[in-house]
Design a protein around this ligand. Sequence first.
Ligand SMILES: [Zn+2]
Length: 132
Amino acid sequence: MFTMPLTLIPRHTRISGSSEVLARGPPSFEEEAVVNIREAQEMMKRIYYERDKARGIERTILRTYQELGELSDAVLRGEDQSAIVSEMADVFAWVCSVANLLGVDLGDALLGKYANVCSRCGKSPCECVDTP
Ligand SMILES: [Zn+2]
């Protein structure tokens, strides 16, 4: 199951341009997801962008690999859930840093490719037969 730490953002901060939103009715799940991911990415940008820029894209990608390795180790060693959650947060944070350095909006990227269905077969749940 693919999950994002959407609960990081208090709900009352999610909506901008509220009169427009109210006129259109409540945002869809997809719209909410994009906003939440974007806000999480913006939060990481506020905290780390200057450091990320100084480090550069190559070393930031290497750090992301390192964090993914730490997540893998935590899972494969059977560490407790809090350790796995912490490593998962680190992986997401570093992916945000890479996206910020490359000017990629992760919300648009994710929902642009996985618009509530599998990006290959177009179904939910996925019905692809050639991938596990
Ligand atoms: Zn599929």
